[in-house]
Design a protein around this ligand. Structure first.
Ligand code: UD1
Length: 371
């Protein structure tokens, strides 16, 4: 089987790493395409190196632009590659622009290529159409031939959109494959020592969602909330490039003074930081899952989550919306107290073997014709 796997942005890399490994182990040919949506060494190369991902067979070098331009550039550059590679399967992961753009290209070449599209992390929904990722999820799921879901709640979201039957397959959470493989390595690093931190004696935070960082009032409220938390424990904040740019643009630099600000961390150091934190405050999607897998309290700084299983069966708590400094502080205290009472077990399928189930699903799938 020849499988073309797409990766574009930071949250894709920890998902494609185990899939490529499992394809290799099962004797299948994989072709890796990096769209170049993320291009900085800290946002991309570091992850390839740490996670042992092969050098991409094709690098599209699209870089940053508006949504329309970035999507169009990916589509334009990907089409000839897809025609040349002519795989049996296109595998896309997650919900970034690269996921949706490459799916759209492939779906229009179905007749010529007889290729099929598999979406890993299918069926997640925030029901918030202001999020570009929600648009990407819905379009990708509508066009894919095989919907590989990470948690048991995802199938109900798909069924509500009329997507049912053999094309939906529960494989579990592939991010946790990488987490379980890398955890001993993360625990052996000197990350905490290097940063002058002690286990369970600091809070880790990440911030990059447009809803939090593209508006000066919202960004100021979140940074003030982190400062309130920092009154009791150090708050460590590895900063995403989008957030750095906006803090400068809105002249909010002084609000970082109470916080320990870092450059974006690589996978292993971020995992070490998350694993030993007393609590993580985040607007990321993946970190909600990683904290649940690790049993670390998490506060999600968003209006809603597409990963509700991390609340019903995990350690995640939503901060009250709209975000206020006091609301963030209260949610932080509540989440730490709740997890101290009882740490929930990991959701089903978050067991480190999702990538093997993904490959099995590709092997046995008999696609339904779209035409
Ligand atoms: C993208 C994804 C988001 C994911 C996030 C993780 C979409 C719609 N969004 O958002 O789902 O959670 O990645 O990081 O696909 N930048 C750099 N260097 C880089 C990459 C980006 O400096 O390597 C800067 C860009 O110049 C831009 C900003 O960061 O100003 C945002 O980058 P962009 O790729 O547009 O979106 P993200 O916010 O990273």
């Amino acid at each position: 089987m020849k499988v073309l796997v797409v990766a574009g942005a930071r949250p894709n890399f920890m998902k494609v790493a185990p899939i490529l490994r499992a394809l290799d182990a099962a004797g299948h040919e994989s072709v890796l395409v990096h769209t170049g949506q993320h291009y900085d060494s800290a946002m991309s190369d570091t992850f390839f190196r740490e996670l042992g991902i092969k050098t991409p067979d094709y690098h599209l070098g699209v870089g940053t632009a508006s949504h329309a331009v970035q999507t169009a550039r990916i589509m334009e550059a990907f089409e000839p590659v897809l025609i040349k590679v002519h795989p049996q399967w296109l595998v896309v992961v997650g919900d970034v622009n690269s996921t949706m753009a490459t799916t759209l290209v492939a779906s229009k070449l179905r007749t010529e290529t007889h290729m099929h599209i598999a979406h890993v992390e299918a069926g997640l929904r925030s029901y918030d159409w202001r999020m570009p990722e929600e648009v990407n999820r819905v379009i990708t799921d509508r066009l894919a031939d095989l919907l590989l879901t990470p948690s048991e709640d995802a199938a109900a979201n798909l069924a509500a959109e009329g997507i049912t039957g053999d094309k939906v397959s529960f494989v579990g959470n592939v991010m946790i494959d990488t987490l379980m493989l890398q955890l001993p390595i993360a625990r052996a690093t000197d990350t905490l020592q290097r940063l002058g931190l002690r286990r369970r004696n600091y809070v880790a935070a990440t911030l990059h969602r447009p809803s939090n960082v593209d508006d000066p009032t919202a960004l100021a409220a979140v940074l003030d909330g982190l400062a309130l938390v920092a009154d009791s424990l150090p708050v460590v904040l590895p900063l995403h490039p989008r957030t750095v740019k906006n803090i400068e643009r809105f002249h909010l630099g002084a609000k970082l003074t109470p916080l320990t600000v870092l450059e974006p961390l690589g996978y292993t150091e971020m995992l070490a930081l998350t694993d030993s934190a007393q609590c993580v405050l985040t607007d990321s999607g993946g970190i909600q899952e990683e904290t649940t897998a690790l049993g670390v309290p998490c506060v999600t700084l968003r209006e809603q989550t597409e990963r509700p299983i991390t609340i019903s069966q995990g350690t995640n708590h939503m901060a009250p919306w709209p975000l206020t400094p006091r609301g963030i502080l209260g949610a932080y205290a509540d989440s730490v107290a709740a997890v101290a009472k009882a740490t929930p077990p990991r959701p089903a399928g978050w067991d480190g073997h999702a990538s093997e189930r993904i490959v099995k699903a590709l092997e046995k799938h008999r696609p339904v014709k779209h035409y």
